[in-house]
Every structure is written in C-alpha cells, then in structure tokens.
Design a protein around this ligand. Structure first.
Ligand SMILES: [Zn+2]
Length: 468
C-alpha cells in the first residue's frame, strides 16, 4: 500500500529542482561584455561595465556585466573591455557598388559630375558581375567601419541583395527606376517589372527589405513616378528617391511643374509613410510641413552635399518639425567613403557652422541620427537602432583605449568627435558575428580588394580622367 509520504517528497523535490533551474544562468548564443554600453534607448541609458546578452537574432537583455553574468551563460563571448558597445550604424542612403567609382571624378558640380562621368561610366561598366564585386567591397568597408544596415538605390538590386545577405548585413534595397535606358532595363516599364520580381524574391527575408527606387523627379516623368509609388504601396515596401538635392533639381521642378520638388511629388500623390527622400536640401518651411504631414523619412548626406556644393539641408528645422531624419554617406563616388562615424562628425560640425550656433546639433542628436532616428526614417525603429531587449542584435564595439581616445569623459562625445570607422573592433548583425577583433568572417578581404582593383582598371579604360 502506498503512503502519501513519497508523493510529498516528490513534490518537494520538483520544487527544489524548479527553484534551482530558476537561479541557474540561461544559455544564450552570445554575450558581449565588459564595455561601456551606449544603448541609445529612449532614456539614453549608458551602462559602465555593461553587457548585452544575445539569443538567436535577438537581444535578450542589456544590463551591467555582473547582472548579465548572473542571468545568462554565453555559448560565445566577446570581451569588450576598453571599448564602447553601441547599436550598429544605419546608413540611410547609399549606392553600394559605386565604391568602384571611388575617386573617379571629384571637384565637380552635381549635374556635371553625373552627366559627364557617372552616367557614362555606368553605361559602360555596370553589369551583374560589376555590381556583385562592388557590393562585396562596400560590404567589407561597412562591416569594418560599423555600419550594420544600409539603404541602397542601384541597378541589378537582386545581385546586391544576394551579396548583402551572404556578407550578413541588413539592407533596405531599392531597385532603380529611371526614364532612360540603363544596364538592367531598357524602359521604365522594364525597370518596374524588374522591381516587382525583386520584391517577390526577397519579401520576408530576415536581412533584406526590398524597395522601389525611382531615381529622382528630374530623371522620371509623372506617370512613371506614380507607377513606382503604386508598386511599392501594393507590396507594402519602402520607396526610396533622391529629393530636392540640388538647385538644378528645383529649377527643373519650377520649369516643368511650376512647383518645388516636394510640392510636385505631393501633387502626384507620391508622398506618404514608407517614402524615404535622400538629401532634402532645397525645401521651404512649407515643404518641411508637407514632409512631416506625410510621414516621409529624410536621409541627410552632409559629406556628399558639401563635396558637390549642393547646399546645406536645414536639419534644425527638420528636427524641430519632428520629421524622421537619418544620416547617410551617399555613394562612395561623392563622399568618398562609407564611414558613418565621419558622417556623424561632419553632420554635427556642418550644422553648427551653418547656424553659427554650436548647440544646434549635439553629439547625442548626431549619434541618434546614425542609429535610432535613421531606423525611424526607414520605418524600422521597432527592430533596430537601439540596444534593447527583443530588438534584433545589431551592434558594434569600438576601441577607446588608444592615444587619440584618451582620456574619455563622455562616451557619446567620443563616438561623434573622436572615433573613426577604423576603431571598430567587432560587428554583429542579426546575432551573427561578422567581424571579430577586426577580422571579417563573412568575406575574404584580400580577394575582395584584389577583385575591386581589377574592376577599377576597366572603369579607368571606360572613362577619361576628369580635368582638374
Ligand atoms: Zn544618392
């Protein structure tokens, strides 16, 4: 006959096991520990000797190193002592393969640079192979300099998507739609069909957000602009466009449409959530209100704008109007690199210089534009842009132990005014380590650079040197 005693003992035993299981650290895939964690969360939390626990693609917890060690055991660990840990940087506007045109033609106004050098070079050299080689080089540079997400507008975007995915980066990738014949489409209708099959191929991918990229109002007619926007609405994907970049663009808008670029697009029914306008330099106060009302994101490209002398985007006005504004490098042909730390620094300096007011853009705002505000401009703030539990694990670590970074009173000041892309030590995207102690794990750096050099010889042969 069974007594009740063993049952009571069993319950007690189960309770003890459950209790110790609760106290035992939970296994997670990766712990980045020991650095100063700059979360860029809403509270602006900075954790000295902090740690981030990562499980699968997601952030499980962000806390002090001691608290994380108590709760979690990492299958893999990155020691970030002597480093700052921060969200991966978000480049809201670039043309990745254009790294192969880096330094091809400098010191020219935008339209001359485009019409006499870039468009001819593209017509002679852009191919699927070119785009793949260029994306590999761009991905290598981005991983090495701390960019984890980039928004792209180019040709053969499916090739860019494949290379981006295999490098492990996150991309909002827009297939270009343009009025004249280009390497991947003879007509705008071809380009739209190509964009639709691109969307169908990559929709739902964990790393790739497919998008439609109508080039600009000066390279497209109204019906094509409308069709491109309709296509992205139909598939609920972003629309990426160059917007109000140069004075020449505003002239075209005035002459052809008797309005500003922004007002023209509003009249077409083009504006709305999901639209990301690159540049937004030549906008009136009324235009800014229109962009805000339609929840359009803006990608600010300070270096490219300065280099082509296209003007200065009114960033303080955008910020006070509450427009979502991210930071970007533009293509490397007009920058001439993809270093988002440099973009932060130049954005902050340019805003101060332009306004004669050093408080116009703080280091914190510049950092937010390269992270959470950029995520918001791309409609991705629920997934990336800050180090918070349940967001995707996209983070980087930067060294702050060298002469140039010593002493450090304020890590956010250092991130904007001191750190270079070369200071990045580790890059993690979607929970996967892409670079560990400056060794890129997803690309063969030597092969990528050699391949880019051989493409450069073909580019040089196709386009004569710019007269200086
Ligand atoms: Zn651009």
């Amino acid at each position: 006959m069974r007594t009740r005693l063993p049952a009571v003992a069993a319950i007690a035993f189960v309770a003890v096991v459950a209790l110790s299981a609760q106290n035992a650290p939970r296994d997670v895939d990766l712990i980045v520990t020991g650095g100063t964690v700059v979360t860029v969360d809403a509270a602006g939390r900075v954790i000295e000797n902090g740690a981030v626990a990562i499980d699968g693609a997601d952030i499980a917890a962000v806390d002090t190193a001691a608290a994380i060690a108590k709760q979690f055991r990492g299958r893999e660990t990155i020691d970030a002592s002597g480093q700052i840990v921060l969200p991966g940087l978000i480049n809201t506007h670039t043309h990745a393969p254009m790294v192969l045109y880096r330094g091809l033609a400098d010191d020219l106004p935008l339209m001359e640079w485009l019409n006499n050098y870039i468009f001819p070079a593209e017509s002679k050299t852009v191919s699927p192979e070119f785009v793949r080689a260029g994306t590999r080089l761009a991905a290598l540079e981005m991983i090495e300099s701390g960019t984890t997400t980039f928004a792209d507008m180019y040709y053969f975007e499916e090739e860019i998507a494949r290379e981006t995915r295999s490098a492990g980066l996150r991309g909002v990738l827009g297939q270009t739609v343009i009025q004249f014949p280009v390497a991947d489409a003879k007509t705008p209708a071809d380009a739209l069909a190509r964009a639709e099959s691109f969307i169908n191929e990559f929709k739902g991918d964990p790393l790739i957000t497919p998008a439609v990229a109508p080039h600009a109002i000066y390279t497209l007619d109204g019906p094509t602009l409308r069709a491109a926007r309709e296509l992205s609405k139909r598939h609920d994907v972003p629309t990426l466009i160059h917007l109000a970049e140069s004075r020449d663009e505003t002239k075209v808008a005035e002459e052809r449409h008797a309005s500003s670029p922004v007002a023209y697009l509003e009249g077409l029914g083009f504006l709305g959530p999901g639209v990301v306008g690159a540049h937004g330099v030549w906008v009136s106060d009324a235009d800014i209100q229109v962009l805000k009302r339609h929840n359009v994101g803006i990608a600010h490209n300070p270096e490219s704008n300065m280099k082509t002398a296209s003007g200065v985007a009114p960033i303080p006005k955008y910020l006070s109007a509450g427009v979502s504004i991210g930071l970007a490098t533009d293509g490397a042909a007009s920058n001439n690199d993809l270093d988002m730390f440099e973009a932060m620094r130049i954005a902050a300096l340019l805003a101060k210089h332009e306004s004669n007011d050093p408080s116009t853009m703080s280091a914190r705002t510049a950092l937010e534009m390269a992270t959470i505000r950029g995520a918001r401009a791309l409609g991705m703030e629920g997934r990336i842009g800050s180090l918070e539990p349940k967001k995707r694990a996209d983070l980087i670590t930067v060294s702050v132990s060298g002469a140039r970074q010593t002493p450090m009173y304020d890590p956010i000041s250092h991130l904007v005014y001191v750190i270079h892309g070369d200071d990045v030590r580790n890059t993690v995207v979607n929970g996967k380590v892409l670079m560990r102690d400056r060794n890129v794990l997803t690309l063969d750096a030597t092969a990528v650079i050699a391949e880019a050099r051989s493409w450069a010889a073909k580019v040089r042969a196709a386009v004569k040197p710019a007269a200086n």
